[in-house]
Design a protein around this ligand. Structure first.
Ligand code: 3UK
Length: 557
């Protein structure tokens, strides 16, 4: 039901850098241009220059093609936390002409097995620290015999001559590998969706897609450059992290800091210690970091830190930070405001999706309009459609449709037909535009709360609640109600020193009514110790809708 393509200008790559040569290996392209002696990756235990990274990648590529006897197009499951060696594995699989299938560190055996089976993996590269869960997986037999382990320290490490040790196999290989001669539209990456609901879907991406995301958002919105130091929390197995913490920095010859695990305190300390310039994380992380900075003495907020681990009173030196990118879920304006007053920085919101590989609507600097995600990233087009597939004008909520150099290709999944229509990707998000062409996120299309005939977007109510001084975090969902169809139900995590009470429920309700249209106020308010989130930082709204979640009160009239 989408508008005929003729209605829309055909996509022209007016960015000349998006027209790649027919024979293209994106990993070789990313590694081979940069100055060798510059630092490419800093990990907690190792720091590698571009030359060192390239040598490691080449040795791993030899292991894949030699001892593991993999061929072009074979699929390699990857499992590891954010470390230089994990990054090298991803690049090596692609440079060797194979297909990388990265998996999230917290996945359990059942989910890993489903992914390994669905992607028909031929081999596995797994971090020692994450092997227990993998060992419980029923892998395709060929992949089981081609499983090797890397990393690990002390009692955790394999003996240096173990046939299962990737490092042992690498030691016997030369440090130079001629990249596999692949086509620009050969698949190099199968990334699985984080799946807040339902069975994870594999999305397939070409060599040219990997370069295209590097040449769109980071170039036009971030303005990334060789002297940037990238840092952040998303796993390399999530395309948000793969792009922001590996592909984007490599594309411009910059440096990436990889953190194996990070709390808001640790990320603040690491930004200061590494003098990071570009940060990628989820909205809740920024909110928590802003609260930590706010708790410091204002005079010391931007002053020089002593470095080292975080301790109360630590002075966060964020003076090098010039870009703070938020993605994964809606950025509440309250969080944007909190981060600005804590750091003086205007956040960059960006909506991305595993299906489209990375961010396709965003804005920076003077183009930021609070409340809006931004405008289509140059290279992408976006529009808002009604349920019959007709474009709607400004001010009308509808379905977001996106078209650009990357797009959804599900691996054997009937849901392909729901996501891509006529070349347009339907992301499942409800959006609205304004007269100046800015795009405003409202909710997931299937999360819109319909109460007594009103359409209410949960994130708007969340943004209002987050402005209340007692609220640390919140999630708003619709709950079935006989009279109204649904009612607005707020799940609230209170700040440490706040005690829940019926009076507080009434206060929160009145507060929301004073901030936004009163009919949107939460008729039910429940208090939780924490909110259920995915490994990618997304609120799991379906869990909030389960019966009996949280304690609290049905309040108000
Ligand atoms: C939601 C947002 C509002 C939206 C992702 C950056 O999140 C990523 O990929 P996923 O496949 O999820 C996609 C869905 O997440 N979303 C993401 N960003 C925003 N909603 N504002 C935002 N800024 O529903 C989207 O359809 O997990 C993000 C880069 C790469 C990614 N894969």
């Amino acid at each position: 039901h989408l508008p005929p393509l003729a209605l829309w200008p055909e996509l022209r790559f007016d960015l000349p850098e998006l027209n790649y040569p027919a024979r293209l290996n994106c990993a070789a392209e990313l590694l081979d241009h940069a100055a060798g002696a510059r630092v490419a990756l800093r990990g907690e235990h190792a720091s590698w220059t571009y030359d060192q990274l390239r040598a490691q990648v080449d040795r791993i590529a030899h292991v894949l093609r030699g001892p593991l006897a993999l061929e072009t197009g074979n699929r390699v499951l990857l499992r590891g936390t954010n470390t230089p060696l994990m990054a090298a594995c991803v690049l090596a699989v692609i440079k060797a002409g194979c297909i990388a299938v990265p998996t999230m560190p917290l996945l359990r055996a059942r989910e890993l097995g489903a992914i390994a089976g669905k992607a028909k993996v031929d081999a596995v590269l797994c971090a020692q620290s994450l092997r227990a869960e993998l060992d419980a997986v029923e892998l395709p037999p060929a992949a089981r015999t081609r499983t090797v382990y890397f990393g690990g320290a002390g009692h955790d490490s394999l003996s240096p001559d173990s046939p299962e040790s990737l490092e042992a196999l690498m030691a016997a290989q030369p440090a130079q590998f001629a990249a596999a001669d692949t086509a620009l539209d050969d698949i190099c990456l199968i990334s699985f969706t984080s799946g807040t609901t339902g069975i994870p879907k594999g999305t397939m991406h070409f060599h040219r897609d990997v370069l295209a995301i590097c040449d769109c958002f980071p170039r036009s919105v971030l303005g990334s450059r060789a002297d940037d130091i990238f840092i952040g929390t998303p796993p390399l197995a999530f395309t948000f992290g793969l792009g922001g913490l590996l592909l984007f920095p490599l594309r411009v010859g910059a440096c990436a800091v990889l953190l194996e695990k990070a709390t808001p305190e640790m990320l603040l300390a690491a930004i200061a210690a590494h003098r990071a310039t570009v940060c990628f994380t989820a909205p809740t992380f920024y909110r928590q970091m802003a609260a930590l900075i706010g708790a410091c003495d204002p005079a010391s907020r931007r002053s020089v830190s002593a470095g080292g681990a975080w301790a109360p009173g630590f002075r966060y030196d964020l003076s090098t930070l010039r870009r703070s990118v938020s993605a994964g879920e809606a950025l509440p304006t309250a969080t944007r405001d909190a981060w600005r007053s804590a750091t003086g920085l205007e956040m960059i919101d960006g909506i991305g999706a595993t299906e489209l590989l990375h961010i396709f609507i965003s804005a920076a600097d003077g183009n930021v309009r609070p409340g809006a995600t931004g405008k289509p990233v140059p290279g992408y087009q976006a529009c808002v459609l009604d349920y019959d597939g007709r474009p709607v004008g400004p001010g009308v909520i509808g379905r977001l449709a996106v078209k650009g150099p990357t797009g959804c290709r599900y691996l054997d999944d009937p849901r392909q037909a729901d996501y891509v229509l006529d070349g347009w990707n339907l992301t499942g998000d409800a959006y609205e535009t304004d007269a100046d062409g800015y795009f405003y996120y409202r909710s997931r299309t299937d999360d819109m709360i319909i109460s007594a005939g009103y359409n209410i977007a949960g994130p708007e109510v969340e943004d209002a609640l987050l402005r209340h001084p007692a609220v640390a975090e919140c999630g708003v969902v619709g709950r079935a109600d006989e009279q109204r169809g649904q009612i607005v139900e707020a799940h609230v995590v209170l700040k440490a020193d706040v005690v829940p009470s019926a009076e507080l429920v009434a206060q929160l309700q009145d507060f929301v009514k004073s901030q936004i249209a009163p009919y949107k106020y939460p008729r039910a308010v429940r208090f939780l110790a924490s909110l259920p989130r995915t490994e990618t930082g997304k609120l799991q709204r379906f869990k909030l809708r389960l019966p009996g979640v949280g304690t609290g009160a049905e309040g108000g009239q």
